[in-house]
Design a protein around this ligand. Structure first.
Ligand code: NAD
Length: 354
């Protein structure tokens, strides 16, 4: 039977970039069936829920999820359509699917090195940094409380990890490193935190099963600095939920624009959800200005990881590189002397190069 995917375009630029991405899917893998569902503010309008049962049922019969973005303008955050939209939709979705690992590649394109906030010489040897982040543990899911004692307000968030959660990330990191540069940097704060000491021990233990991979450990504060000073030293970085949240955003700024950054999240059974790293960008929504790269590259990740369609995934990535080399730019990555185009025309070029 042909595989099927749930397509959840969401809000803001989500439907625009999704429509373009489905043109690419149609060209490279027309055998994949798409089933559309509502999520976020778009779902609220119809169901008064950001993550309605109809969408849950749709996801449960699909082989992967291609997600757009959710959320409204910050100034409308208290309106019912947008209130807690992200928490009720994307966080609930991650929990529903038990997505345990997030994978975010930050790719450096030679054609775009001048838009990076880093100096060119720091980017010379940079190709791609892959940040793997644990998604279901740490302070986000530990016990939380706010209380008053001795006349002061006090707030607590508990960080918690069990060894199985950590081992799952470690296995994923070593397996993916085997297909890349055979190196993993595990990032923690083992000089201070118990959760990090356990993280480091488990990584060392699991590493024995992957003797061909070089494992090094780095403290998170040093890693933040090294990402800026010498990003070329990294290939695969594996880290806990909180550190990964921060480091993956920092790394995604280095190539130049959020609009180019895809991501994938996996459950322990290998089910995948694929989405751009950025949000719904209400400031440019509906104006044909959004960069479709993040969404289209998320599709490429889906084809590779959920369906083993490596040739198709490589072809998409190559077509994007060729489009950039040919001088086409959306407004977020515009450079002097290059050709500014909108979301649709940029995708036309990608299709032309496919
Ligand atoms: P954002 O990522 O939407 O936008 C930040 C900046 O990046 C904006 O200037 C935007 O124009 C730009 N940008 C993002 N994607 C782009 C693209 N593809 N092409 C060109 N430029 C792009 O973050 P924000 O403005 O802080 O949040 C807007 C809404 O998105 C909020 O409601 C927030 O809650 C939501 N959000 C959703 C997700 C998600 O769906 N996973 C993630 C982050 C934020």
């Amino acid at each position: 039977m042909n595989p099927s995917i749930a397509v959840l375009a969401g809000d803001g630029i989500g439907p625009e970039v999704m429509a373009q991405t489905l043109r690419v899917l149609q060209q490279v893998a027309p055998q994949i069936t798409t089933k559309h569902g509502l999520i976020g503010g778009a779902a609220y309008c119809q169901y008064k829920s950001h993550f309605p049962t109809a969408t849950k049922q749709l996801i449960d019969v699909c082989d992967a999820v291609l997600f757009g973005s959710v959320g409204g303008p910050i100034e409308a955050a208290e309106q019912p359509q947008w209130k807690n939209c992200e928490v009720n939709s994307i966080l609930a979705l991650r929990n529903h699917l038990k997505l345990a690992i997030n994978s975010r590649p930050a790719k450096f394109y030679p054609a775009l090195k001048d838009i990076s906030p880093l100096k060119n010489e720091r980017l010379e040897a940079c190709d791609e940094i892959l940040i793997l982040r644990e998604l279901l543990g740490d302070v986000y899911f530990g016990e939380k409380r706010t209380y008053t004692a001795n006349g002061y307000k006090i707030a607590e968030d508990t960080a918690k990890y069990d060894e199985n959660q950590i081992a799952q990330v470690a296995h994923h990191a070593f397996k993916i490193a085997a297909t890349r540069k055979q190196q993993v940097v595990s990032v923690d704060k083992a000089n201070v935190l118990d959760t990090s000491k356990l993280w480091r021990q488990v990584f060392q233990q699991v590493a024995k099963q992957y003797p061909e991979i070089t494992l090094t450990h780095m403290l998170v504060d040093n890693c933040a600095m090294q990402l800026i000073l010498n990003p070329a030293q990294f290939d695969v970085i594996a880290t806990s939920n909180l550190f990964g949240d921060i480091l993956s955003d920092a790394a995604s700024a280095l190539p130049g624009s959020l609009g180019m950054m895809p991501s994938a999240s996996f459950s322990s059974k290998g089910f995948g959800l694929y989405e751009p790293s950025g949000g719904s960008a209400p400031d440019i929504a509906g104006q044909n200005k959004a960069n479709p790269m993040a969404q289209i590259l998320s599709l490429a990740m889906m084809l590779r990881h959920s369906f083993d369609l490596h040739t198709e995934a490589n072809a998409i990535e190559k077509a994007i590189e060729n489009t950039l080399d040919a001088g086409f730019r959306t407004q977020d990555i515009m450079q002097v002397g290059r050709r500014a185009v909108g979301t649709q025309a940029f995708t036309d070029e990608i299709l032309h190069h496919l």
